[in-house]
Design a protein around this ligand. Structure first.
Ligand code: ASP
Ligand code: MG
Length: 446
């Protein structure tokens, strides 16, 4: 068995679904289990409908809902199914308008409809195209805790259900199921967090013991640099799970960071493939380290980062400084991304700043604080970084006159992170790419 996951763009229309069918058909012998996202921008649209409803803009919300219904009707020709689902959505929307309050649980109730519909629609298209196809309702097999909107799967239960349900069907049919959604043990719809369909694919792959998990996207695979920042990147043919997780965490948009975990545990390779060029080789992510003569596999980056510098000379030789700092971030539930410390100062980066005024005020009660917006993290990722001396020195000299605001090497020693002003990001990425990728190990890069 293989798991094939297709994102929102890949199933955004009847024509797109037909292309997906072609890709799946060419792999029937490998017994595909297909995981799909909601069609196009459906999840965003459902969330916007919910928000409007609770803001008292009931009619606007219902209008948007009608437009979304028409879109699904047009691309599916499944009148009854679409009508039934939108009837329920209409009731939910009216209910939200009356309550005027949006809870994580009701967000899940609404946003789950995207994948509930898309999976039924894709199943129907496949059947019409002559493929024997069975639909599996993800809510019956992906069982989660009740932290709605960010639910975590209950792995033992989920794997048990997947193993009992999927293989007997996949034996002679394509199985289609929705990503992103599941249900709690009491049967209430839940979701795994935005972008969660990749995670579903990985969970399903682990649960059925798939030989491979394929994530079909609209890029050729992972690249040596973020293509929106630097156009001259090369495809990474192979990398390790650890590298992929690090890259995903630091902003490589091709993969959800949590995605790889279930696959890692069961040692199942994950492939990133391009549905517009299905014959391409993509990127293969594997459990073991992938050695190459290039010290780095890729340069990831993250924009819109805020740098916080905290200094206290009174804290010289005093203990408890870090403790007090982290207490503040903990109290405000704001995660810290990168961190560097000296005896009397701490620099850290945040990518959520809605509580920055509160954080600053609390920190100022015991330290001096400066906050700088519009910073960016550039992260050099590669297994070999931990075995190769002088990588930081090479990065520094490549960056020349670009001001480096902070540097940190994680305990994994898999990456070196640098903070620069956002205005310098493009120049810095280019310089690092020249330094680390002008000669390529063709075993590992294309
Ligand atoms: N449809 C969900 C989202 O937009 C899940 C996914 O596409 O992966 O977040
Ligand atoms: Mg996605």
């Amino acid at each position: 068995m293989i798991v094939m996951k297709f994102g929102g763009t890949s199933v955004e229309s009847a024509a797109a679904i037909e292309r997906v069918a072609g890709i799946v058909r060419a792999r029937l012998a490998r017994r595909p289990v297909v995981v799909v996202s909601a069609m196009g921008k459906t999840t965003n649209r459902l969330l916007s409908i919910a928000n409007r409803a609770v803001q008292g803009k009931r009619d606007e919300a219902l209008g948007e809902l009608m437009a979304l219904r028409d879109f699904h009707l047009r691309e599916s020709a499944m009148e009854r199914t679409v009508d039934e689902h939108f009837q329920e959505l209409g009731e939910l929307t009216r209910g939200l308008a009356i309550l005027g309050e949006l809870t994580p649980r009701s967000i899940d109730a609404i946003s789950s409809f995207g994948e509930r519909l898309s999976s039924l629609i894709v199943t129907n298209h496949f059947q019409k195209l002559g493929m024997k196809t069975r639909h599996v309702d993800s809510r019956k097999v992906i069982i989660t805790d009740d932290r709605h909107s960010q639910a975590a799967p209950l792995f033992e239960l989920t794997y048990e259900k997947l193993a009992a349900t999927i293989p007997p069907l996949a034996h002679d049919s394509v199985v289609v199921m929705g990503g992103f959604i599941g249900s709690t043990q009491s049967g209430v719809a839940s979701t795994l967090g935005r972008g969660g369909s990749d995670y579903t694919a990985s969970i399903v792959g682990a649960g059925v013991g798939a030989e491979e998990i394929q994530i079909w996207t609209d890029v050729d695979g992972m690249l040596t640099a973020d293509p929106t920042i630097f156009a001259g990147g090369h495809r990474v043919r192979r990398c390790s799970f650890e590298e992929a997780a690090e890259l995903a965490y630091f902003g490589a948009k091709v993969l959800h960071p949590a995605t790889v975990l279930p696959a890692v545990e069961k040692n199942i390779p994950v492939l990133i493939l391009n549905s517009r060029r299905p014959e391409g080789e993509g990127t293969r992510i594997v459990a073991n380290a992938v050695h190459s003569t290039n010290v780095a596999k890729s340069i990831a980056c993250k924009k819109n980062v805020t740098l916080v510098n905290i200094t206290s000379s009174r804290m010289l030789m005093a203990h408890g400084f870090l403790h007090r700092i982290f207490e503040v971030f903990d109290r405000c539930s704001v995660p810290v991304d990168m961190l560097a410390t000296s005896e009397v100062s701490v620099s850290l980066t945040l990518d959520r700043t809605e509580k920055i005024a509160e954080i600053r005020a609390e920190l100022q009660s015991f330290a001096e604080v400066t906050v700088e917006d519009n910073q960016a993290i550039i992260c050099l990722v590669g297994e070999n970084i931990r075995y190769t001396p002088g990588v930081a020195a090479r990065a520094f000299s490549a960056l020349g006159d670009i001001n480096i605001r902070m540097i940190s090497q994680g305990a994994s020693k898999l990456n070196i992170g640098l903070v620069v002003a956002e205005d310098d990001l493009k120049r810095a990425t280019e310089a690092l790419h020249n330094e680390f990728f002008s000669e390529l190990d063709t075993e590992v890069f294309a």
